[in-house]
Design a protein around this ligand. Sequence first.
Ligand SMILES: [Zn+2]
Ligand SMILES: [Zn+2]
Length: 186
Amino acid sequence: MRRCPECEHWEPAGAPGCARCAGLVDEIVEEGWRAFLMREFGTTAPPDERLIAEMVVDEPDKHPWRVVDAAYDRLTCAECGGRLSRGPVTCAACNLANGFRYSAIEIDRPGVPPGNEHALRVNVSVTRRPDGISESEVLLRRLSLPILLDGLLPTTAQAQATKAMANDGATEAELAAVVYAEWGRV
Ligand SMILES: [Zn+2]
Ligand SMILES: [Zn+2]
């Protein structure tokens, strides 16, 4: 893990507040998108990227979640005008899209414990669309990103204990101490 020079968090736990960390979180899905384009179209800069994005979100269950999330980023929400699926919790079209994309495929990366990719996906998703999620949950989810990217996964007991701390109003420093010292290391 590396410290972000902008916000001093372990990368990318400063997202979404730190623009540099937020960019690193976006890059998690962007690298999936580029790999998909290369595999399917032999280039990372096809002329009709928007059309490809529309095709992908029409069949989210046929694609890895990173590809689907990146595809939504390329589409504009007709209701709120933002990136589709990432608008405020009051936007019905974004809520619908946010539900659909959870049918996408999860494939654990080689060498990581089963479930790592699922945890990464949920935490990336909340960090990229925190609206409507409690402050303590967003905090815990963004703090967990460096651990998950490192290929570690908390045990169920560790995750539950940390969540209970967050719900009881633990500070960011207290939570970070537990997440970075204990998670995945037992
Ligand atoms: Zn940062
Ligand atoms: Zn919207």
